[in-house]
Design a protein around this ligand. Structure first.
Ligand code: FNR
Length: 356
């Protein structure tokens, strides 16, 4: 059977990957209510087509932070892509380049950033602020030297969520898949007997907004805060020097019962009327990208479906997934009577009762 949709690729990836690896890639925190809510929230929003309008010569392309995207998407930062195929992040970068969109490389990449430097971008780099400032600076410097044009600081995961599905499946990182950039940093000291890992170690050392402000002040490229759900946090991020934010609940992987990004996007756009606002979580159709733009996003990040493409067909498989998403987005634009991004607005949506 020919694989067409992102859902087709997910089914095929599940059939091919070892169950524990699929559980790590697909799973979410706790009961996975946020994971399910992310996709359900896009599905609840309807489209209002406008007919017989002139869309000839239209384009899905956008410009974001001075960079052109063939359609308004980038591949989300995702750790350990060599779990999906041997080429890992290199294959993903080739797929994004083939489709003319960007890729955000995770600081937990399993391929060195230098190995991607010759593949055309836009290439953004995601990092977590480290308890030790010199390590944060070293990660950023290495990414910038490898060609990163935007830094994405993930603020929603100072510690790992508890992902029941992954734990039940007994997932462990295979010996030949390593976080190569983090391995280059000094190891964390052992936890003293009887201390709470959460409060005495991870959160005691956890960085704060002042550390993000320091990075913004030092960075030669724009910085985006990823993982923002609360409009007040969006404003704090910009006050700290961020160019904008990525509305995200980490694909439901960190804390269950956080709101679906689709449901808080408009409020964050209202809080930041003239800053870049991106969104991720549960984007599974080109129509979802249209809905995100109509609610005020400048672009979306695509997570798991890109991994399913990589698992099924390497760079070519990931490229096919991205291409399908673009085709669906362009069809949605045309049938809703929008020739360009500027014409995509809330008047093309039918919002669920009670959400307006
Ligand atoms: C992620 N995500 C993530 N985010 C981040 O900032 N740094 C990271 O290293 C990772 N790692 C990671 C691994 C895997 C396997 C997944 C699935 C996700 C979260 C990611 O960037 C994004 O927010 C979500 O994946 C978006 O949701 P969807 O599109 O997967 O529903």
């Amino acid at each position: 059977m020919a694989l067409l949709t992102l859902a087709d690729f997910e089914t095929e990836a599940e059939a091919r990957l070892p169950p524990a690896i699929f559980a790590y890639l697909a799973g979410g925190a706790g009961d996975e209510r946020s994971l399910r809510a992310n996709t359900a929230a896009w599905a609840r929003i309807g489209l209002m087509p406008r007919h017989l309008r002139p869309v000839a010569g239209g384009s899905a392309a956008v410009s974001l932070l001075g960079q052109r995207l063939a359609f308004p998407a980038l591949v989300a930062p995702m750790a350990f892509q060599r779990l999906a195929c041997p080429e890992g992040e290199r294959g993903m970068a080739r797929a994004a380049a083939a489709q003319g969109i960007g890729m955000v490389l995770s600081c937990q990449t399993s391929v060195a950033p230098e190995a991607l430097a010759t593949i055309p971008g836009p290439r953004w780099f995601q990092l977590y602020l480290r308890p030790d400032w010199s390590e944060t600076r070293a990660l950023a410097a290495r990414a910038l030297a490898a060609g990163a044009s935007v830094l994405v600081v993930t603020v929603d995961a100072p510690l790992n969520g508890l992902r029941d599905r992954e734990q039940r499946a007994g997932f462990a990182l295979p010996a030949d898949v390593r976080p190569v950039m983090l391995d280059a940093l000094p190891p964390a000291p052992p936890l003293p007997e009887g201390e709470s890992l959460v409060f005495d170690r991870l959160m005691a050392l956890a960085p704060g907004w002042q550390d993000l402000a320091r990075l913004c002040a030092e960075s030669p490229v724009p910085v985006l805060a990823k993982g923002v759900l609360c409009p007040a946090d969006a404003q704090v991020a910009v006050a700290a020097g961020c160019a904008g934010v990525i509305v995200s609940n980490h694909g439901g992987r960190v804390l269950d019962d956080t709101p679906a990004p689709a449901s808080v996007l408009s409020a964050i756009r209202a809080a930041l009327p003239d800053r870049p606002v991106l969104v991720d979580g549960g984007i599974r159709r080109g129509g979802d990208i249209f809905k995100a733009l109509a609610l005020g996003a400048d672009a979306v990040l695509l997570g798991r479906p890109a991994l399913w493409g990589l698992a099924v067909g390497g760079a070519a498989g990931a490229s096919q997934v991205l291409r399908r998403l673009r085709d669906e987005f362009e069809v949605t634009m045309a049938l809703c009577g929008c020739a360009t991004r500027a014409e995509i607005g809330p008047d093309r949506l039918v919002l669920p009762a009670g959400s307006q």
